[in-house]
Design a protein around this ligand. Structure first.
Ligand code: GLU
Length: 293
């Protein structure tokens, strides 16, 4: 078993992160496996070296150990680009020029009905899909173009590659509505409920979904342990794995740690930062008790 913790260095780690990291660590250790750390710093406009340093310090203080050197996503850009090139060549991507406002305007046209939301936000109405033909033959420029995945063709193709039996993944934790065991979904669910997601964001050269799927596979992750807020995004990850010929790991989505008011903790919730508890004299055992481990 190989598990991982994959934080973004955009703020202090809080109790929710500690829970996720310790759970992934404990699962690996109890199974004679390995726990890996990956720094998800593709959003260079928000990532900061001091937050990265703080992640190492906090996890070390919590008693976790991970092999070095640590994988930084910002150092994997050429791998992401290679995959985008291949998907582009196969006509699975198209450049999109729509702003958020354009998308909302298109969706509020009366014939379109109410805007639909998927795991990646507003479901894109496909306005720019025709650009695929116009740009075919050129090379994609993920740094100055936003590239979307043509979900209609991708989902049907990926489904066909599995004798048309749809998609599934194994959930050993649970989704927000108690979903557990083998989770099934179809190409139609992806087309109507997810849509043409952004696979490379302008100025970033990649996206969370693309990077996470490529890196989980590159690092040989067998069990992805993460918060329930990412349960729905797993459908996107599974279809990308199928499309790219990558294995689908087992998923273990866990409860979210909430404050007294029942709100999930956010990065800016400094009051619950690990470093703050540490400065207040709490021990790693206290942290474990607080999150229920
Ligand atoms: N980097 C993501 C985050 O900090 C986690 C990604 C994942 O576990 O799949 O929320």
């Amino acid at each position: 078993m190989i598990t991982r913790f994959a934080p973004s260095p955009t703020g202090p780690l809080h109790l929710g992160h500690a829970y996720s990291a310790m759970l992934a660590y404990d699962m690996a250790m109890q199974n004679g496996g390995e726990f890996l750390l990956r720094i998800e710093d593709i959003d260079q406009s928000r990532a900061r070296p001091h937050w990265e340093a703080q992640i190492y310090e906090d996890l070390d203080w919590l008693g976790l150990w991970w092999p070095r050197p640590v994988v930084l996503q910002s150092e994997q850009m050429s791998r992401y680009q290679d995959t985008l090139d291949a998907l582009w060549r196969d006509e699975r991507l198209y450049p999109c020029h729509c702003s958020r406002r354009d998308i909302q305007a298109a969706m509020s046209a009366p014939q379109e009905g109410a805007p639909a939301f998927g795991p990646d936000g507003l479901i894109y109405p496909g306005t720019c899909a025709d650009l695929l033909k116009a740009h075919y033959g050129e090379k994609p420029r993920p740094n100055d173009q936003t590239l979307r995945l043509l979900m209609t063709s991708v989902a049907r193709l990926a489904e066909k590659s599995n004798q048309g039996t749809g998609f599934s993944f194994m959930e050993t934790g649970s989704g927000p509505n108690g979903e557990t065991g083998e989770i099934f979904f179809t190409a139609e669910d992806l087309i109507s409920g997810v849509g043409d997601i952004v696979l490379a964001r302008k100025g970033m050269g990649t996206s969370y979904h693309l990077s996470v799927v490529l890196d989980d596979a590159a690092q040989g992750i067998t069990h992805v342990v993460r918060g329930q807020d990412l349960f729905q995004a797993t459908k996107i990850h599974v279809v990308l794995q199928r499309l790219l010929g990558l294995p689908t790991p087992t998923y273990h989505h866990h409860k979210l740690i909430r404050d007294e008011a029942g709100k999930r903790l956010a990065k800016r919730d400094d009051a619950r930062a690990i470093a703050k508890y540490r400065a207040d004299g709490k021990s790693p055992e206290d942290i474990r008790r607080m999150v229920g481990l």
